[in-house]
Design a protein around this ligand. Structure first.
Ligand SMILES: NC(=O)c1ccc[n+]([C@@H]2O[C@H](COP(=O)([O-])OP(=O)(O)OC[C@H]3O[C@@H](n4cnc5c(N)ncnc54)[C@H](O)[C@@H]3O)[C@@H](O)[C@H]2O)c1
Length: 693
C-alpha cells in the first residue's frame, strides 16, 4: 500500500467517505454477504467522493472482510441516490510533486483492485450516480447491478483534463470492447460531457443486471444469490477468443480521429486515455495499472488540468451565486410574465419560463399572424418534448395552457416581469418599453433580451428607468445555460435581484454585467472573429484563416461561428461595437458584401464550403500565416479582456471565463480563456500583467 501520509496535507477539506460493513443473509441458502455501504454522511447534494482518507477507510473495510472465511461474497453500494462520484479533486490543484501525484494514482489502484482479487466474488450494486472513480470501483467488482433510476453513469475525467486511471482504461475495454469503451471514456466527455442512463449502461454491458429503484437492493441481493448458487448465468460481450486485434486497432484509430476533430491536439488527456486503451489489450493487469499511474501523474501536474479544475470550480460555485449580486431577499415575487415579440427568441423564452417557473406567460407581437406563429412554435416544442418522453402528457397540457397570446398590452397589467425580444433597434425597443410601462404596475420589472444595445439608453425615456434590466439569453434558449444580467446606470438592486432570481428559477447561470456594448460573450467573440476577418480582408486565404485557431480546441471554426450567429446579426453587432470602440473594432468589408449579397451560410448542408462565399472572401495582397492569424486574434482578446476588467464590465477574470464557458462553450482546458492567455504568455506580452497572479 503506498504511503498516504504524503497526501494528508493536500486534502485538508476532504469529506471522508466511510465504508460501513454489515452482514446480510442472502436468500436461497446462498450464504452471508458482507455489504459495504459508501456514505460521506451528507445528503445527496454532496455526493460521496474518494480522497486519501476515504480510500484508506475503504481499505480498512476490505481488511476486515478479506480474512473472513464465513462469507460467500462481498457487496458494495452507496447512500441514497449516489453510488460514488469519483476522486475528491479538492486537493488536486495543490499537487506540486510527481511523487504526490503518483501516490494518489497508486493508492486508488491498490485499494480498488482488492475488490477484484478477494477469495470470494464481489458485487457492485450501483444504486445511484456513478462517476469517474465511482464507476471504476464498480468495474473492479466481479459483477454489477444498476438501478434503472440512475441517470449519471460516466467517465467524466477527459472532460476535466484527467483520465479514468484507477483501472478504467484497462478494465472497461476488456469488459465491453474497445469501441464502446472509447465512447464512454473519450467521446462522451468530449461531447458536452454526456453521461449514460442506467438502460444505456446495462445495454453496453457495464452492468450485468438492472432493477427498479423501489426494491433495487432487495432484487440485487436476490440476483446475487442466484449468481452464487449458479441459477443465474451472467453473459458478457467478450468474444470466446478474446477481442481481436484488427477491430481493437480500428476502434483506437477512430477514437483518435474523433479526438482530433474536437481538439486538434489541444488537450493531452483524451489522447493519453486512447493510448492506454490501445495498449490495454496486450497488457497484464499490473502493467495496465502501472501505465495508468504514470499517465495520471503526468496529467495531475498538467496546466490543462489546472485550467479544467478552475473552470469546474467556476461552474459549480460562481455560476450559482453571481459575483456582485445584491441581497437575494430584495427580489420581488414573479407570478406572471409578459414577453413582447413572438419571434425566434421570444417563443423560446416564453416556453422556458412556463416550463421552469410554472407561471402564466403572455406573448404579444405586431399582428395575429406573427403571434400565432410564435404560439405555434411553443406548442410544437411542447409536443416534441411530450413525444420524446421528456415531459408527461399532463405536464404538456399544463404547459400549453400556461402560454397564451394577446395583441393588446393590457394583458400585461398584472405581470411582475416583462421581457422584450423585438427587433434589435434602439428606437423600437424604447417605444416598446414605454408602451409596456404605461400599462404595468410601478414595481413590474422591465427586461430586455438585447444582445448589444445600451440598457441605460433604452431605459432613459421611461418614468422609472430603475426597473429596467438586461436579461441576455442565448440561442438556443433551452440549451444555453448562461444569462448575462445587465445593470444599466439606473437599475436598482431590487430589479437586479429579481432578474437574478428569475434566472435561477429558470435553471440558468447568471453573470452580473455592467452596461457596456455587447456585454461579454458577443463583445469577445466579435473581437476574436473581427481579427480573423481582418486577416481575410487583407488577403489571408479562407482555408488558412478557417483552421488558424484549431490548436486551441475551440468548439467550432470561426466561420461556423459566423454561420451560427448569422452573418447579418454578426455584422449588426460588429457595427455597434465599431461605433463604440472605433480604434479596436472595424466592420469587415467582405462580411458587409456577404450580407449585402444575402448570404446566410458559409457551409453547405454537407459541410463543404459554399464556393460563392469562398470567392467573395478571396482577394487581398497581405496574407498572414495561420500562426500569425491565431496570435493576432489571441492578443486582441487579451487586450479586450483587460479593457473590460478596467471598465468594470464584470467583477473579475473569473466572470469572463464563466461567460465564455457557458455562453460560447469555450473549453475547460483553456479554463475559459484567461488561464490560457496567462500560461501562453499572451496576457503578459499584451497587457504587461497576468490575469491571475
Ligand atoms: N437570434 C439570436 O440568436 C439572439 C440571441 C440573443 C439575443 N437576441 C436578441 O433578441 C431580440 C429578438 O431577436 P430574434 O432573433 O428573436 O428576432 P426575430 O426577428 O425573430 O423576432 C422579433 C419579433 O419582434 C416582433 N416585433 C417587432 N416590433 C414589435 C413591437 N413593436 N411590438 C411587438 N412585437 C414586435 C417582430 O414582429 C418579430 O416577431 C433581439 O434584441 C436580438 O438581438 C437574439
Amino acid at each position: 500500500m503506498p504511503d498516504a501520509s504524503l497526501l494528508t496535507s493536500l486534502f485538508p477539506e476532504e469529506v471522508v467517505t466511510r465504508a460501513l460493513v454489515r452482514d446480510v443473509e442472502l436468500p436461497d441458502g446462498a450464504g452471508t454477504m458482507a455489504l459495504i455501504t459508501l456514505d460521506n454522511g451528507l445528503d445527496h447534494t454532496r455526493p460521496s467522493t474518494f480522497g486519501p482518507a476515504g480510500l484508506l477507510a475503504l481499505n480498512d473495510a476490505l481488511d476486515a472482510v478479506a480474512t473472513r472465511t464465513d462469507i460467500a461474497a462481498v457487496g458494495v453500494t452507496g447512500k441514497p441516490f449516489i453510488f460514488a462520484v469519483g476522486a475528491d479533486l479538492s486537493g488536486a490543484p495543490l499537487i506540486a510533486a510527481r511523487d504526490e501525484a503518483l501516490t494518489i494514482a497508486r493508492l486508488g489502484h491498490a485499494v480498488f483492485r482488492r475488490l477484484g482479487e478477494l477469495s470470494v466474488p464481489s458485487f457492485a450494486f450501483v444504486n445511484g450516480a456513478a462517476l469517474g472513480g465511482g464507476l471504476e470501483l464498480a468495474l473492479h467488482c466481479s459483477y454489477r447491478t444498476i438501478s434503472s433510476g440512475v441517470t449519471a453513469a460516466a467517465f467524466t475525467e477527459c472532460f476535466l483534463g484527467l483520465l479514468p486511471g484507477w483501472g478504467g482504461t484497462y478494465l472497461l475495454p476488456r469488459l465491453i470492447g474497445p469501441r464502446n469503451a472509447l465512447t464512454v471514456i473519450v467521446e462522451n466527455p468530449l461531447s458536452q460531457n454526456r453521461m449514460l442512463r442506467a438502460a444505456q449502461a446495462y445495454s453496453l454491458g457495464i452492468a450485468d443486471a438492472m432493477f427498479e429503484p423501489a426494491d433495487f437492493l432487495a432484487e440485487s441481493l436476490r440476483w446475487a444469490a442466484r449468481v452464487l448458487t449458479g441459477s443465474a448465468v451472467v453473459t458478457r460481450a467478450v468474444p470466446a477468443g478474446g477481442w481481436d486485434t484488427v477491430s481493437w486497432d480500428q476502434s483506437v484509430a477512430d477514437a483518435r480521429l474523433f479526438a482530433d476533430g474536437k481538439l486538434h491536439g489541444a488537450a493531452p488527456a483524451p489522447y493519453r486515455a486512447i493510448d492506454l486503451v490501445a495498449a490495454a489489450r496486450g497488457r497484464t493487469r499490473d502493467e495496465g495499472f502501472a501505465a495508468e499511474d504514470e499517465a495520471l501523474a503526468d496529467l495531475l501536474l498538467s496546466e490543462e488540468l489546472r485550467a479544467g479544475l478552475y473552470a469546474f470550480d467556476l461552474t459549480q460555485k460562481r455560476a450559482r451565486h453571481a459575483a456582485g449580486a445584491p441581497e437575494e431577499s430584495l427580489a420581488r415575487p414573479v407570478t406572471k410574465i409578459g414577453v413582447v415579440g413572438a419571434g425566434l427568441m421570444a417563443a423560446q423564452i416564453a416556453l422556458l419560463f412556463a416550463r421552469r417557473l410554472e407561471v402564466p406567460v403572455v406573448l404579444t407581437d405586431l399582428d395575429q399572424a406573427r403571434l400565432d406563429a410564435g404560439l405555434g412554435h411553443v406548442r410544437a416544442e411542447v409536443a416534441r418534448l411530450r413525444d420524446r418522453g421528456r415531459i408527461s402528457a399532463d405536464a404538456a397540457a399544463r404547459l400549453t395552457a400556461l402560454v397564451t397570446g394577446s395583441l393588446t398590452r393590457d394583458a400585461f397589467a398584472d405581470a411582475d416581469f416583462v421581457i422584450e425580444a423585438v427587433f434589435e433597434e434602439m428606437a423600437v425597443k424604447q417605444r416598446v418599453l414605454a408602451e409596456v410601462e404605461a400599462v404595468v404596475r410601478p414595481d413590474c420589472v422591465l427586461a430586455t433580451n438585447t444582445s448589444s444595445l445600451s440598457v441605460t439608453e433604452m431605459a432613459s425615456g421611461l418614468a422609472h428607468p430603475s426597473r429596467v434590466v438586461g436579461f441576455h439569453l442565448f440561442n438556443p434558449v433551452a440549451m444555453m445555460p448562461l444569462v448575462e444580467v445587465v445593470r444599466g446606470a439606473a437599475t436598482d438592486d431590487a430589479t437586479a435581484a429579481t432578474a437574478l432570481a428569475v434566472g435561477a428559477r429558470a435553471k440558468k447561470n447568471c453573470v452580473l454585467v455592467k452596461d457596456a456594448p455587447a456585454f461579454v460573450v458577443n463583445r469577445l467573440l466579435t473581437r476574436f472573429l473581427g481579427e480573423i476577418l481582418a486577416c481575410v480582408d487583407e488577403g489571408t486565404p479562407f482555408e488558412v484563416a478557417e483552421h488558424a485557431p484549431d490548436s486551441l480546441g475551440l468548439p467550432m471554426s470561426p466561420f461556423f461561428l459566423l454561420q451560427l450567429v448569422g452573418p447579418a446579426v454578426a455584422l449588426h453587432v460588429g457595427e455597434t461595437l465599431a461605433t463604440a470602440y472605433p480604434d479596436r473594432f472595424a466592420v469587415s468589408p467582405k462580411l458587409r458584401a456577404l450580407v449585402a449579397a444575402g448570404k446566410t451560410a458559409v457551409y453547405r448542408p454537407d459541410l463543404t464550403v459554399d464556393e460563392s462565399v469562398a470567392d467573395m472572401l478571396a482577394g487581398g495582397d497581405r496574407p498572414s500565416t495561420a500562426e500569425e492569424v491565431r496570435e493576432r486574434a489571441l492578443e486582441a482578446l487579451a487586450e479586450e479582456i483587460r479593457l473590460m476588467l478596467d471598465e468594470g464590465v464584470v467583477a473579475g477574470p473569473e466572470d469572463i471565463d464563466l461567460c465564455m464557458i457557458l455562453g460560447a462553450a469555450w473549453p475547460f482546458h483553456l479554463g475559459g480563456i484567461t488561464p490560457y492567455l496567462d500560461r501562453a504568455g499572451i496576457a503578459e506580452k499584451v497587457t504587461g500583467t497576468r490575469f491571475h497572479p
